[in-house]
Design a protein around this ligand. Structure first.
Ligand code: CTP
Length: 409
């Protein structure tokens, strides 16, 4: 989604300025065109040459510019920007922007642009928590600036607290969420489940499955990037949480059911990508089961079928992970669980299904096969599923308003 987008990266003079080089590099790798503006202080921490090498473009600084060059540059950059991202943003730049001071290339560009402006504050904790900085941050938010909350951790200036520049991936997640705000899922409330639930046997052991959560997390990210408000209900996984997504962590099928039940009120779609355990221990041992007991027989009982049991005014999208009779089994689940769409996933295909970064799926709705997709990255599969969510939501809207059915959009 960053492909062909023009990002103006403003770098100000904080100790985290060096991390902006990695940010610029990752943006370029995602296909964005990056133009860097550095403040005078930023150049004390990192040289323009670094950014020139990474972005293959001239870096704009206040040095050696005639008044005419200056005017042309900042207006030109302000106009071509899809977003202006200031990372790191010092207390000083926040103060200037909050009070409308425009005395250098970066501040004048921000004043002249219509593109969204995103700031990633990074400074010493006390400075960040100082009422002046907090007031500036509130003012900036009120004026429509988007603030990426600083990460909490050890700071270069010593001490521990909020003020660290978030990881590059987190900054890019926020940027994508801002760029996607007017996407085809804008205003939609989407609930996604992911990962394999864990059903305890005793205090140390669980019954679980091979789900990595990658498919569900990819759907959550893709929905966020298309403008949706996303709640991700996640069983334990070892992948990072997508930024700008509300995450609810659960362990068991019963906990997942309760979380989904709460989340679906007011939702437009529920996408159940989680591999919910079908069985749970009838009794959970209070203490660790010792091995000297010899053979062990566990009595298992069924878990609630979340998708089948929850109905409401939202689209229901399920997955069918099958090792045989893919389409027949998927179609049967679509009907039995009253789904609007099922993603039939052949888990025996190479590079498809559990743990892999790619997936080969067939999308089926109540009229039959909608799309038979080739092997794609999980992110691409996520977008194809969401294309169907958009189609089904539009269909539902036109069925609810038959008068508008034939009115061109
Ligand atoms: N699912 C659910 N609750 C369960 C089991 C499954 O909500 N207790 C959901 C899954 O998230 C998935 C869909 O139902 O979206 C189908 O899951 P799958 O494991 O393929 O099917 P099951 O219904 O468990 O049937 P079977 O194990 O017999 O294949």
């Amino acid at each position: 989604m960053l492909n062909k987008k023009t990002i103006i990266l403003g770098v100000t003079g904080g100790i985290a300025a060096y991390k902006a080089a990695d940010l610029a590099s990752k943006l370029i790798q995602s296909g964005a065109s990056v133009r860097v503006i550095m403040t005078r202080n930023a150049q004390e921490f990192i040289t323009p040459l670094t950014f020139e090498a990474i972005t293959s473009s001239a870096v704009v600084t206040d040095m050696f510019q005639t008044a005419a060059e200056h005017r042309i540059n900042h207006i030109a950059l302000a106009e071509i920007a899809d977003a202006v991202l200031i990372a790191p943003a010092t207390a000083d730049i926040m103060a200037k922007l909050a009070t409308g001071i425009a005395d250098d290339m970066l501040t004048t560009t921000v004043l002249a642009t219509r593109a969204p402006v995103i700031l990633a504050p990074s400074m010493h904790t006390q400075m960040y928590q100082n009422p002046v900085t907090q007031e500036n941050e509130s003012r900036l938010k009120a004026r429509g600036f988007y603030i990426i909350p600083p990460a909490t951790g050890r700071l270069a200036s010593g001490g521990y607290g909020p003020g660290r520049l978030p990881d590059t991936e987190v900054i890019i997640g926020h940027l994508k969420a801002v760029l996607g705000r007017s996407g085809d899922l804008a205003g939609m409330n989407i609930i996604v489940t992911a990962g394999g639930t864990q059903e305890p046997i005793d205090p140390v052991r669980v019954i679980t499955n091979r789900s990595s959560g990658k498919m569900g997390y990819a759907i959550a990210e893709a929905a966020r990037d298309r403008g949706a408000r996303v709640t991700l209900i996640s069983a334990p996984v070892s992948i990072p949480a997508p930024p700008v997504v509300d995450i609810i962590r659960v362990e068991t099928a019963v906990q997942m059911k309760e979380a989904v039940q709460r989340a679906v009120s007011g939702a437009d779609a529920l996408i159940m990508a989680a591999a919910v355990a079908d069985f749970q221990a009838r009794d959970i041992a209070e203490n660790k089961i010792k091995k000297e007991k010899g053979n062990l027989t566990l009595e298992l009982t069924g878990t609630p079928d979340i998708l089948a049991e929850l109905n409401g005014d939202f689209l229901k999208i399920g997955f069918a992970a099958e090792s045989q009779d893919l389409l027949e089994n998927a179609q049967r689940k679509l009907i039995a669980k009253k789904l609007d769409l099922i993603v039939a996933n052949n888990i025996t295909e190479e590079n498809s299904g559990f743990g892999s970064d790619t997936n080969k799926v067939t999308l089926i709705d109540k009229n039959g096969v909608v799309q038979n997709l080739p092997l794609l990255s999980k992110r691409e599969v996520a977008d194809r599923i969401l294309d169907q969510v958009v189609r089904l939501l539009n269909l539902k809207k036109s069925n609810n308003n038959p008068a508008q059915k034939n009115t061109p959009a």
